[in-house]
Design a protein around this ligand. Structure first.
Ligand code: GUN
Ligand code: FE
Length: 454
């Protein structure tokens, strides 16, 4: 019998497909030294009892208590780590004003490493406590503070993908918050990539550098071109904002007479490892280009509701084959929880389907077939995020990383409304997704290591 590092026992919910969950009732999950799920064993399997006989009662056996369930850890595809310091504030003004009045002044403070340490420590711990085991972060323009964020992810055991932000265009960025000049922006990005790749060697879960032009308006053509070359040279992830708002979309149209997607592609920034945030105003041709290049969308339903005044036509792009995951968009989105973003994904999709144009008859309102089910939204937060990053994460399945959250539905101080001993597991799953708060997340594991408990 194989010698496993540890075996977990319990009921798990994971995605079987875009639209369906799979329930693994009372299974054994066998984890190897590398933190990968090597074998999943059903109670009917002939191996089950021999494994129980060997591991039960040892320190390597972790059975769940009654009322506890495994979910895959969440993959947050879009977080501005520095903006955690202003989460919840100034969300009732337009995006452009929010950036200039609040966000750029806040981000400029991350030249101070003590301040950066405080905020970054807290945001990484908070995301872990909310079940987010992998996060794709924007840091700030500051190289040192951006490296510090990667170090904090490494130390806390989170799988962090981190970008030093590039914004070098004096026309669209404030004097006290931009890269010193285009050349420095590229040199520092390269130094950042090398430092994070080096740091990654000492982690089990992996941390990754990400080439990060903030969005087209903040960057010169030379910077965008240089960043495309760096992404290719070091085979890195790329992230940016793409066709988010009317203002940004029209700005790019005026500058290049094309949409963001084709402009980014011209600079070599749409790659298999690219994740573009928002994408509300993507055309069908843009979406085809995403499919062709393997570029994924980070859907940010909370911030889209008030900054973009729009709903991503998610079902339409999914049907075209675009990879999509979920992003909290802290602090454009106020919540650090992907549970909240799953809920908003479902609600926003209904608004798109049913519309709000009262001048139309009931049959004419909205965009047909826009509904997203809870199972699909859960898929986005887990398996969809994993696929977007081309990593073996986001599913409780053999050959995937043991990245999980343990949900306790019977917490005395926050019991979920489950009254029947034999309640249907599909109903329990839905209650968890709609009602879970950080209190219910009792443990979080990344790559086979416990990184949070309460
Ligand atoms: N566009 C450029 N920067 C940002 C940002 O920080 N947040 C959001 N939501 N959109 C942006
Ligand atoms: Fe953003």
């Amino acid at each position: 019998m194989t010698n496993y590092k540890q075996i977990f026992q319990g009921t798990a919910f994971t995605s079987k497909s875009h639209t369906e969950i799979q329930i693994l009732k009372d299974y054994l999950f066998c984890i190897n030294e590398d933190g990968m799920i090597e074998q999943i064993v059903s109670p009917e399997d002939s191996n089950y009892q021999p494994l129980m006989d060997t591991y039960q009662g040892t320190h390597r056996f972790h059975p769940l208590a009654e009322g506890q369930y495994f979910l895959p850890g969440f993959v947050d595809l879009h977080v501005h780590a520095p903006q955690w310091a202003q989460s919840g504030t100034a969300l009732d003004i337009p995006l452009y004003d929010w950036l200039n009045t609040y966000t750029f002044p806040l981000e400029s403070k991350f030249s101070d490493l003590d301040f950066a340490q405080k905020v970054y420590d807290d945001v990484v711990s908070t995301l872990l406590a909310n079940g987010t085991t992998t996060a794709l972060y924007f840091a700030t323009v500051h190289k040192e503070a951006s490296i510090l964020l990667a170090e904090i992810c490494a130390a806390k055991g989170q799988r962090g993908l981190v970008g030093k932000v590039v914004m070098d265009d004096p026309e669209q960025t404030p004097d006290n918050y931009r890269d010193a000049d285009t050349h420095t922006a590229l040199v520092e990005t390269e130094e950042f990539i090398i430092a994070v790749k080096d740091l990654a060697k000492s982690t089990k879960q992996g941390v990754y550098p990400v080439v990060t032009p903030r969005f087209i308006p903040s960057c010169t053509d030379q910077a965008l071109e240089g960043l495309g070359q760096l992404a290719e040279k070091y085979d890195t992830y790329v992230q940016s904002h793409c066709s988010e708002s009317d203002w940004a979309h029209s700005y790019v149209q005026d500058r290049y007479q094309k949409n963001d997607a084709f402009a980014l592609h011209d600079f070599g920034l749409l790659r298999d490892k690219s994740v573009m945030a928002h994408c509300n105003f993507l055309s069908d041709e843009d979406a085809d280009l995403f499919v062709e290049t393997g570029t994924a969308i980070a859907h940010c339903p909370i911030s889209n509701a008030y900054f973009a005044n729009s709903v991503l036509p998610l079902a339409h792009f999914h049907a075209k084959g675009v990879e999509i995951g979920l992003g909290s968009d802290i602090s454009g989105g106020f919540s650090p929880s992907l549970f909240d973003n799953i809920r908003q994904t479902v609600m926003s999709s209904r608004m798109l389907e049913d519309g709000v144009d009262t001048s139309l008859s009931a049959e004419d309102r909205g965009v047909p077939k826009s509904r997203v089910t809870l199972h699909e939204a859960f898929y986005l937060a887990t398996a969809g995020g994993g696929e977007s990053l081309s990593l073996f994460i986001g599913r409780i399945q053999e050959n995937y990383a043991w990245d999980v959250q343990v949900i306790d539905t019977r917490l005395p101080s926050a019991k979920m409304p489950i009254f029947h001993g034999d309640e249907d597991l599909h109903d329990i799953f839905q209650k968890i997704i709609y009602l879970a708060r950080p209190e219910h997340i009792r443990e979080v594991w990344v790559q086979g290591e416990k990184v949070h408990s309460r």
